[in-house]
Design a protein around this ligand. Structure first.
Ligand code: SF4
Length: 221
């Protein structure tokens, strides 16, 4: 726990304002968890720029609610999201996702989000196109549940810092959750992403500039 606290202290110091900015950017873009699910489907196998354009286009043509998307002609959705690539497959997932919410939860997405962490996680993971990272983001960001979503930066950084001995999603999530305090999970998520983006890059990590270099077993400094 001491090492974890020191890591967190230094990263907070280093990325004081950028972590807050990152949080508000995501929450501004996806004001509701259902929007985040649609955005996630649109982000698959494409770059940020095209997935955002596809999302904005869809949002400008339709109200992003399950009952609206479930009853929209799929070709209209395909047309709206074409820019994002794999549009047929993605439109199908968006319609299927919306239909599940309409049929099983009476169109009320908030019903799916009721219950304890594991129940909600299980329900989210059953939805088409939704994996553990997205499910955990919904749980942490919108429901304030104690879980750390793991993305590719967090995966890489955690391995280099030897915060985990295994490399699977669940292994890393459990390892991080066991060494950081629950109240810090949101900060941990964003700060490790920022560390990965700014210093601990996939190729050529900038160890000589990294604020954790004297704590890191993989430092090349
Ligand atoms: S010291 Fe290097 S390898 Fe370790 S976290 Fe920093 S950038 Fe990554």
């Amino acid at each position: 726990m001491e090492l974890a606290e020191e890591i967190l202290r230094r990263l907070r110091e280093e990325f004081k304002s950028s972590a807050k900015l990152l949080i508000s950017k995501i929450m501004d873009k996806y004001r509701e968890p259902f929007h985040l699910l649609v955005g996630t489907i649109l982000s698959q196998n494409t770059n940020d720029k095209n997935s955002i354009r596809a999302f904005m286009n869809l949002a400008s043509k339709f109200e992003l609610r399950p009952e609206v998307l479930a009853s929209t002609n799929i070709s209209e959705i395909e047309e709206a999201i074409k820019i994002g690539g794999l549009y047929r497959n993605k439109a199908r997932k968006i319609v299927d996702l919306s239909k599940i919410i309409v049929n099983e939860y009476n169109g009320r997405f908030e019903e799916l989000l009721k219950g304890d962490l594991n129940e909600v996680r299980e329900r989210l993971l059953k939805l088409p196109g939704i994996g553990p990272k997205t499910a955990d983001i919904v749980l942490l960001f919108y429901l304030k549940k104690p879980v750390i979503p793991i993305d590719t930066h967090i995966k890489r950084v955690s391995k280099r810092l030897k915060l985990t001995s295994k490399g699977g999603y669940e292994d890393i999530r459990r390892a991080l959750q066991s060494i950081f305090r629950e109240s810090d999970y949101l900060d941990v998520h964003f700060l490790l992403i920022l560390l990965g983006r700014e210093y601990c890059k996939a190729r050529n990590p900038l160890c000589d500039k990294c604020p954790l270099s004297d704590l890191c077993p993989s430092s090349n400094r």
